[in-house]
Design a protein around this ligand. Sequence first.
Ligand code: NAP
Length: 245
Amino acid sequence: MGANLLVLGGTTEATALARALAERSVQATFSYAGRVETPRPQPIPHRVGGFGGVDGLATYLSDHNITHVIDATHPFAAQMSWNAFHACRQTGTPLLALTRAPWGAQTGDNWRHVPDMTGAVAALDGSAQRVMLALGRLHMDAFAAQPQHHYVLRLVDAPKIAPAVPHHTVVVARGPFSVVGDTALFKQHNIDMVVCKNAGGAGAEAKLHAARALGLPVVMIDRPDLPTRDNVATVEGVFDWLEGN
Ligand code: NAP
């Protein structure tokens, strides 16, 4: 029996992998959580929605004769990564993570590291500023606890329910973003400060270059704990790993 992969997606890297799998005619299914209204089309079959925890995923792997799982989720999608880790262990399915290295501060950067979203909210306890919140829909409401700021919210879809932060501007856009574009955006909105997650990778890095160029402080949310598993940083690395597993 040939390989039959499950790719846990939602990232630029997962999309690049799907393209490479299609080009090489490797059988694979792409899995979306279903967070955005119109997921990016993929050149391989896709499914949408949660599996139902560890047991649901383990059942899915067995029912669909999945031979390998590639966890190409966002590094902050820790729940999915832990579920994949346990479900693969339960079913004996080889698991590989396709992840990007975290970003590191460079000369000229002014980063304040915080361990999580709660820490980011607490870090904003000062006087009113114009804050670029590059965090996604799920986390922005937590910042209602610091209502003094004007928040610029960059979201993939226009929100159906008004954000809980009282002063805000919504910018609907989907990455990858450019340094020129992000610099212009920060200037246009008179941004004083950027809040973001340490996603790593190229697709969302532009905002850090823009912040450096404009001398803006960045509240950098460090990564959550992730399981220890085989790990590669490139699509080519996935194919090398498949040969040995
Ligand atoms: P999460 O908290 O780790 O996952 C919560 C639940 O959503 C999981 O337990 C699972 O439900 C379902 N889920 C997550 N990813 C899935 C996938 N690829 N396919 C099927 N079900 C999935 O995840 P999250 O942080 O909400 O992220 C959701 C998706 O958005 C991920 O695919 C991720 O790659 C992408 N994304 C996340 C971020 C971020 O900052 N977190 C940024 C960009 C993109 P069940 O337990 O029912 O299986």
